[in-house]
Each structure stands twice: as structure tokens, then as C-alpha cells.
Design a binder for this molecule. Structure first.
Ligand code: ADQ
Length: 731
């Protein structure tokens, strides 16, 4: 039976050396709990580092393997120096700071990069060895960005997903990396590249365009080998039910009561993070200090519980930050505290789940103010633990801000602004708190982590685009084409002009059919067995001037106008809604996140109505949706219209696919040939049956069966058809 192979830096269990030798305990963090629903013996295999270096487990490797294999885990063993260079080094001192816009902390060390690449190879080897045909491989996060491509090399036909848990930065920041190309190509080894938000999707696509020169169609990137990688946003959630149930339990109640006895102030403000410079901890403390300074009435009535879990303690920046936090907490408590009141209760440790839930439950305000955060699950956990009240102050730079519309948003660099938001949160009327919290709770419950994993896996399981190789038309195939043509009596030829039969020129007015081309087309058109249709983006006046006297069908402006043989020009009203199947899910997502918004479907457009939506929600979502749609539809013939309370995506209803369909339906053809060179011709190729002879002229991915290098070769092929000896011309 096919299985899922999850690949991450750390396994969901960690090895430790205890009193009785090696011990196994669950790894902390959201990923292990998040994937619990899909991971288990018989269903999946988890490949990762077990948390102890080779030196520490020397001689016990086999035992470790056996122990882990019972938990469906496959270890990748790393030496101390590899952990230092690959993990603490390149992952956490280059990629982590850079992707969070901390360019001043990022260093570019060639040696560390080499080790990073080598360790990634090791992971890819382990995956390739463990994978059986049909398995799905899902690679996690920035430590393993090269793995998808490395696995693709080893297993060209594998189904591979990649998910980045941290932000993908704007191109101007990403381009600082000396290894930007390798990292992008690495990730694009996957069939599906997942990111938390559409902003990151946009940044990723920008980088792909700028660094690799590859454009995308609705976030589908076509690669050199014709493979298509889909880039998509999958906002990760939490196990909301687990938090909710625990928060309502009797144990939690007891724990809350105990906490309340210890913290005697009227209100509790809480923050929970890994100790990391991206989390904005110093700025948050400064804001709390300003809040106390400016709101004398609150002094003595509020306690700030600052819970930090130790993280990356061997990295210098983290040690420095720890010292600065210690000092600042000491200074604020020393200066502002008094007998009977400590403004900040500072805990530097990991707390068990039940305590964490009780803390969320007792906090009147959660201050979640990272300077940058891929998602931030703490914000969601707080929401899941609340009943009615409670207020969330949330940084606009956390991915979670895209979903939790009921929060009070802050720019964490704006210290007075955060102080103000904290006061507003503490003084917010109960009914407003309840209303905002309910709105967020609905979101957190609907977007659970199970759902997230299921969505990613469903996308991975979805059939991919057919391979778009378009092989060079060989001599044998050319001969076969001629033979088929000769044997046929009802032949349809759909030919594009510019770039296909007429070489492209700097300006369209300079590109003209040659005398030889005119005579070739005339010859083909005069054979009664042939139906020749010239399908162009040119206007009808130009086509008339060139071919008005010919016995051919004409389609101008990509099919907006059609002239059948011997007929007059007529406007077409055609419809095709393939694009809607891609745009609709995006609009639906935004409807789910924007209470009161709805979608209207028209023949040529989809409309996202937000006039009746919650004003706070639509203020946030409408510009975001506009940006998202602009990015996704950048290379398609779709227009985006900003209306009054509406956003409309409108398609050009005419394209060459409809021209092809129209002529295809007119007769029973025994030979169909279509040739074209650009994106607009792809619609034509896709509209034709598999047996049709479709030819892409020039380089680039295509849905056509075959390819010819340039118009010269295309004309030569048509010359051969026109001169076919067995063709008995009746004039
Ligand atoms: P993190 O940077 O670790 O994750 P976050 O999403 O907030 O950030 O997750 C932290 C987790 O650790 C939460 O589940 C929280 O409950 C727990 N935690 C924090 N402090 C704790 C403490 N003192 N005791 C016990 N538990 C504690 C990275 C990215 C995020 C992204 C996640 C998931 O940086 O942006 O949301 O991955 O993709």
C-alpha cells in the first residue's frame, strides 16, 4: 500500500541520554502534533534527525534504528560538526534571519553552504531508499529546501510536496543570497510548493521570475523538463478541539484558580514565544513600559506574564538577546514595581500543555507582536482556549494576521502604537470582545491543522498537468504527417501567422507575409479537400487586406471575429469558463475569511461582493484579495476591475480554443493540423483531440504534440504537404 513519507529536520520524537541510557520523548512544536492525524505505522514514514549527534550514539545505531522504526521513523544520522554547520550555521544563521528580514544577522559562508547541501543530499538518499512507487513525499521547511530537487533526480516520477513554515521574503531581500538560484530550483523539484499566505506565494513567484526567468500561469510554474510545479497558500492551523477541550476541563479550571491566587491583579496580559529575535520581545517590553508610563490608572492593576521557551541557545545572537531581555525585565520591574506588585512575571522555560492552556484561559489580553512570523500558532492557540471574552493584540507581520480579522492590529516597531493597543484591549467592552473572539474562533476551528494537512495532501494527489514536452518533429514523424495528409480527404488546417508562418519583427507593421507564403497558402486553399483557417491575433482589416481574396477561413483578434469561406465577418459570442475553476477557490477562501462577503458568477466574470461585509474585515481583505488576484492572473488574459464594494475578475471571452472548436464541429475531419507559437495558441492545442497534429513553433513549454524550431521549418513542412505527389488537385 502506498504510504506518505514526511521529511523534516527533526523527527517527531527526540533521543536523549538519560539515567538508563538512550530515551525517546516526543519532540515539542506544532509540526509533530499537527501531523499526528496522518502519521502512524502502516500509513507513513517520518525521515529526520533524531536529535543526538553520531558521537553521542556511537555503537548504538542499530538499536536506535530499531526503536525508531517501531514508531514509523527513519533516522538520518548527523555528526556534531554537521549539526553545527548545516543546522546552527546555514539554516539558522543564514536562511532564518534573511527570510525574516533580519539581513544584519545573516552571514554568507560558503563552507556552511556546502555542508547544508551535503546534508540535504543525505536526506534525499534516505528518502529515495525508503520510497516505493506510488508513495507521496512531503518535505518540510527551510532546513531542507534542496531536498525536493535531489529526490526528483533520484526518483523522476515521484510525487513530492514542499512546505515552508517561515515567511518567503520579498525579492529584494531574497536576492541577497549567493545561492538563491539553487534554493529556488531545489524547492521547485516538488510538484506542490506550499506557503502559509498568498503574500509569500507572491514573493516566491517574483523570485522565480527574477532569478530563473520563469513566469507562471495562476501560480503554476512550468519547468525546463516540462514539469509543472504548483505554488499555493496553505495556512497552517492548530488542533483547535484539543485546546478547546483542555481549556474547558476541570483541571484547567483548577489551574486557572491557582494562577489567579498567585497573580493578584485585576488583569493578566500574556505573551508566549520561543526566545527569538524575530518575535519582537524587546519592543514588546518597551511598549509595556510606555503603557505603564502613560496610564497611571493601570499601575498595580495588571500583570504581564512573559513566557519564553529556550531556543537555539548555542547561537550567539540568541545568547545576546537573552541577556538583553533579562536586563530589560529587571529594569522595568525595578523601576515600576512596588511592594505587592511585580509588573512582569518572567518565565524562561517550556511549560506542560495543561499549564499553557490554563495561562491562555486566564489571560485577558494576549500580546502577539512578532517583527516577522511565518504564521504564529500562539495567536490561534489563545483564540481556541477562549470562551467569550479576551482580546488579541496581533502584529500585522505575522502570517496569522491574514486570518484573525478580529484582532487589534499593530506594527510592532511602533512602540507607542502597541502601548495604545494594549490599553484599548484592556478597556474593550465585553460585547465587542465577545463578537471579535467569536469571529476568530470560527476561523480557527474551520482551519484546523488536520484540514491543513488534508488540503496539502489533496493537492499533491490531484492529477498533474499532462507532460508538456512537445518533442521535436522528427523526420519519421514529418513523413508520417505527410502520409496521413495524403490519405485524408477532409483535412482541417488551423494556422497561426505571426511567429508561426511569418518571422517576428520588432514592430507588427514590418512583419508581412512573403510572396512565397502567399502562393503556398493559395495552393493549399485551392485544394477542395483542404479547409484552411488562418487564426490570428491581428485585426480583421489586416487579414482582409492580406487574405480577403483567398478561399480560406479567417479568425481575427484571437477569435473575436470570424469569417468563414465565402462568408462575411461576424462577431463571435463564445464562452469558456475553464479559468473560473482556478479563480473560484481563491474567492471562496476569501469569503470564508470575510463574514458577509459573497460571490456572483456571470458568463464572463466572477464578482466578489463585499459591500455587505463586516467593514473591519473588508478593509483588510479587499486590498489583499486584489493583490493576490493581480499576482495569480498576471500572465493570463484576465482583467481585474475594482468596483464599488466589488472586485470583479473578467475574462476575455474570445480565444483560439473556441475557433478550433467551432471548425472542428463543422465536419468529420480525417486530418487535423494546428500550428502556433505563443500562449494564445495553447488554447487551440488544448481544444483539439489527441490525434490532431499539433505543432508548437519555437521554444517554451507547450501542450502541442510536436515542435519545430522556427517559421522556416513550419513553412517547409507545409510545402511538403502542398506538394504531396498523391494529392490529385481538382481545380
Ligand atoms: P515557531 O517560530 O516555533 O514556529 P509558533 O508558530 O508560535 O512559532 O509555534 C510555537 C509553538 O511552541 C506553539 O505551539 C506554542 O504553544 C509552543 N510554545 C511556545 N512557548 C512555549 C512555552 N514556554 N512552553 C510550551 N510551549 C511553548 C515556526 C514558524 C511559525 C509557524 C510555525 C508553524 O516560525 O511562524 O507558525 O513554525 O508553521
Amino acid at each position: 500500500m502506498a504510504k506518505l513519507i514526511i521529511v523534516s529536520n527533526r523527527l517527531p520524537v527526540t533521543l536523549q541520554r538519560g539515567e538508563h541510557g538512550l530515551e525517546v520523548s516526543p519532540s515539542p512544536g506544532g509540526l509533530a502534533t499537527g501531523l499526528a492525524s496522518v502519521h502512524g505505522p502502516g500509513r507513513s514514514l517520518w525521515v529526520g534527525w533524531p536529535g543526538l549527534s553520531n558521537e553521542a550514539i556511537r555503537g548504538e545505531e542499530e538499536g536506535v534504528r530499531r526503536e525508531l522504526s517501531g514508531r514509523a521513523c527513519l533516522p538520518v544520522f548527523l555528526s556534531q560538526s554537521e549539526v553545527r554547520d548545516y543546522y546552527s550555521g546555514f539554516s539558522n544563521r543564514t536562511l532564518w534571519p534573511l527570510f525574516h528580514y533580519f539581513t544584519q544577522h545573516a552571514r554568507y559562508d560558503r563552507r556552511e553552504w556546502d555542508v547544508y547541501a551535503r546534508v540535504n543530499e543525505r536526506f534525499a538518499d534516505a528518502v529515495a531508499e525508503a520510497a516505493a512507487p506510488g508513495d507521496m513525499i512531503w518535505v518540510q521547511d527551510y532546513q531542507l529546501m534542496l531536498v525536493p530537487r535531489m529526490v526528483r533526480h533520484r526518483l523522476p516520477h515521484a510525487t513530492i510536496g514542499f512546505f515552508l513554515h517561515i515567511p518567503f521574503p520579498a525579492y529584494e531581500v531574497f536576492r541577497l543570497l549567493p545561492w538563491r538560484r539553487e534554493l529556488l530550483e531545489g524547492a521547485l523539484g516538488a510538484d506542490v510548493v506550499g506557503l502559509h499566505t498568498y503574500d509569500y506565494v507572491g514573493h516566491f513567484l517574483d523570485a522565480v521570475q527574477a532569478v530563473l526567468g520563469r513566469s507562471h500561469e495562476f501560480a503554476d510554474v512550468t519547468l525546463e523538463d516540462g514539469r509543472v510545479a504548483r505554488v499555493e497558500s496553505f495556512p497552517m492551523g492548530i488542533d483547535a478541539t484539543r485546546f478547546e477541550t483542555a481549556a474547558q476541563s476541570r483541571d484547567a479550571e483548577k489551574e486557572v484558580a491557582r494562577l489567579r491566587r498567585q497573580v493578584k491583579t485585576e488583569k493578566i496580559v500574556l505573551s508566549v514565544d520561543r526566545l527569538d529575535y524575530t518575535k519582537g520581545i524587546l519592543e514588546r517590553l518597551a511598549a509595556y513600559d510606555v503603557f505603564l508610563e502613560e496610564n497611571a490608572a493601570w499601575r498595580g492593576r495588571v500583570t504581564f506574564v512573559l513566557l519564553l521557551v529556550p531556543s537555539r541557545t548555542r547561537v550567539q545572537e540568541y545568547q545576546d538577546l537573552k541577556r538583553q531581555i533579562d536586563e530589560l525585565v529587571g529594569r522595568i520591574n525595578g523601576q515600576r514595581g512596588r511592594v505587592g506588585w511585580t509588573p512582569i512575571v518572567y518565565l524562561y522555560r517550556s511549560v506542560p500543555f495543561e499549564r499553557l492552556v490554563a495561562l491562555y484561559r486566564s489571560a485577558d489580553v494576549a500580546l502577539v507582536t512578532p517583527l516577522r512570523d511565518g504564521m504564529n500558532l500562539v495567536a490561534k492557540e489563545y483564540v481556541a482556549c477562549r470562551d467569550r471574552g479576551g482580546a488579541l493584540v496581533l502584529s500585522e507581520f505575522a502570517g496569522a494576521a491574514r486570518e484573525l480579522g478580529g484582532a487589534l492590529f499593530v506594527n510592532p516597531n511602533d512602540v507607542p502604537g502597541v502601548a495604545l493597543a494594549l490599553r484599548d484591549a484592556l478597556e474593550m467592552p465585553a460585547d465587542e470582545q465577545a463578537h471579535r473572539m467569536q469571529w476568530m474562533k470560527d476561523r480557527v476551528t474551520a482551519g484546523s491543522v488536520d484540514r491543513w494537512a488534508a488540503d496539502v495532501l489533496a493537492e499533491l494527489a490531484a492529477p498533474r498537468h499532462p507532460p508538456t514536452g512537445a518533442e521535436l518533429l522528427s523526420g519519421v514523424e514529418a513523413a508520417a504527417t505527410c502520409a496521413e495528409f495524403a490519405a485524408a480527404t477532409r483535412r482541417l488546417l488551423l494556422l497561426d501567422l505571426d511567429g508561426t508562418l511569418i518571422p517576428l519583427a520588432a514592430h507588427p507593421s514590418r512583419a508581412q507575409p512573403s510572396a512565397a507564403l502567399f502562393s503556398l497558402l493559395e495552393r493549399l486553399a485551392s485544394d477542395p479537400r483542404n479547409e484552411l483557417v488562418l487564426v490570428s491575433g491581428r485585426d480583421k482589416a489586416t487579414l482582409d487586406a492580406w487574405f480577403g481574396a483567398f478561399n480560406v477561413g479567417l479568425a481575427a483578434e484571437h477569435g473575436a471575429w470570424i469569417r468563414e469561406r465565402g462568408g462575411a465577418w461576424r462577431a463571435t459570442v463564445l464562452r469558456d469558463a475553464a479559468w473560473k475553476t482556478r479563480v473560484m477557490p481563491v474567492l471562496e477562501r476569501f469569503v470564508r475569511r470575510t463574514p458577509g462577503a459573497w460571490i456572483e458568477e456571470k458568463d464572463f466574470s466572477l464578482v466578489w461582493h463585499y459591500r455587505a461585509a463586516e467593514p473591519a474585515a473588508s478593509r483588510l481583505r479587499a486590498p489583499e484579495l486584489r493583490r493576490v488576484l493581480a499576482t495569480l492572473t498576471a500572465n493570463l488574459e484576465l482583467h481585474l476591475l475594482d468596483g464599488n464594494g466589488v472586485l470583479e475578475v473578467k475574462a476575455n471571452p474570445f480565444h483560439k480554443g473556441q475557433v478550433a472548436a467551432q471548425w472542428l464541429g463543422q465536419d468529420t475531419w480525417d486530418f487535423v493540423l494546428a500550428a502556433g507559437d505563443d500562449r494564445t495558441d495553447e488554447d487551440m492545442f488544448r481544444a483539439l483531440p489527441a490525434l490532431a497534429r499539433t505543432i508548437k513553433v519555437g521554444p517554451g513549454a507547450s501542450a502541442a504534440r510536436h515542435r519545430l524550431p522556427a517559421p522556416g521549418e513550419m513553412i517547409a513542412l507545409l510545402e511538403r504537404l502542398g506538394a504531396e505527389p498523391s494529392s490529385r488537385r481538382k481545380r
